[in-house]
Design a protein around this ligand. Structure first.
Ligand code: PGA
Length: 250
């Protein structure tokens, strides 16, 4: 199965608009001949600035989160309608920082997933176990639950716009990466879970990114694995010098 590699940069809560613009311009210039699928996800405040720079290029525009409701009295939240208005094409949902720091549960993540899909966005649904869960032998079970509950009620026809990112919580921003073998095993398991939900064909097509301290020097080994179809990159996505080599891996 030839799946397209998909490399995404999650800028988290970094960069002012001018800093975001500078990075986006560098990426547009340096990735224009890139062979893979690309995305950058700036903070909400930089979306409009970055949208103008990546428009019409091979770099998609992503948001890092969105509200579970379309609009209304939700102080501090950002709506899917507002994201679409800015040209956002993709939204990252269920990131471990949302789950663990801001206490988003599977039901809330699922509501957001369905709303984003309903509005035509692509979704990157993040799943992954904590260190404690891994040590207790629960990594597969946690990823299965987050995948099944995250996709609850998602129609087979919408699955083409769903990407799953496996991000072991203990590997995010810690410099620790899952070994390519360990990551691939979980990716294969997630694919099996998707197969149970949507059938083998759909499961073979679904893109599963790995995230957690991806750097230029481990990207190739990770992406050489059968079930690893790309990367969701945090720290190394903040500079063109560190992101471009990952994005251009071959
Ligand atoms: P990291 O972050 O690359 O800094 O580990 C990945 C992520 O949180 O998406």
């Amino acid at each position: 199965m030839n799946r397209t590699y998909y490399i995404a940069g999650n800028w988290k809560m970094h960069k002012t608009r001018s800093e975001a613009a500078e990075l986006a311009k560098a990426l547009v210039a340096q990735l224009k001949d890139g062979k893979h699928k690309y995305l950058v996800a700036p903070t909400f405040t930089s979306l409009e600035t970055v949208a103008a720079i990546v428009k019409g290029t091979n770099i998609r525009l992503g948001a890092q989160n969105m509200a579970a409701e379309e609009q209304g009295a939700h102080t501090g939240e950002v709506s899917v309608l507002q994201l679409k208005d800015l040209g956002v094409q993709t939204v990252i949902l269920g990131h471990s920082e949302r789950r663990h720091v801001y206490k988003e549960d599977d039901a809330l993540v699922n509501k957001k997933v369905k709303l984003a899909l309903q509005h035509g966005l692509e979704v990157i649904l993040c799943v992954g176990e904590t260190l404690e869960e891994r040590e207790a032998g629960k990594a597969e079970a946690v990823c299965e639950t987050q995948t099944v509950k995250g996709l609850l009620g998602v129609a087979a026809g919408d699955l083409e716009r769903v990407v799953i990112a496996y991000e072991p919580v203990w590997a995010i921003g810690t410099g620790k990466t899952a070994t390519p073998e360990d990551a691939d095993a979980i990716h294969a398991y997630i694919r099996k879970v998707a197969g149970k939900l949507y059938g083998e064909d759909a499961a073979q097509r679904i893109i599963i990114q790995y995230g957690g301290s991806v750097k230029a020097d481990n990207a190739v080994q990770l992406m050489a694995k059968d079930n690893i179809d790309g990367a969701l990159v945090g720290g190394a996505a903040l500079k063109a010098d560190s992101f471009v080599p990952i994005a251009k891996f071959s």
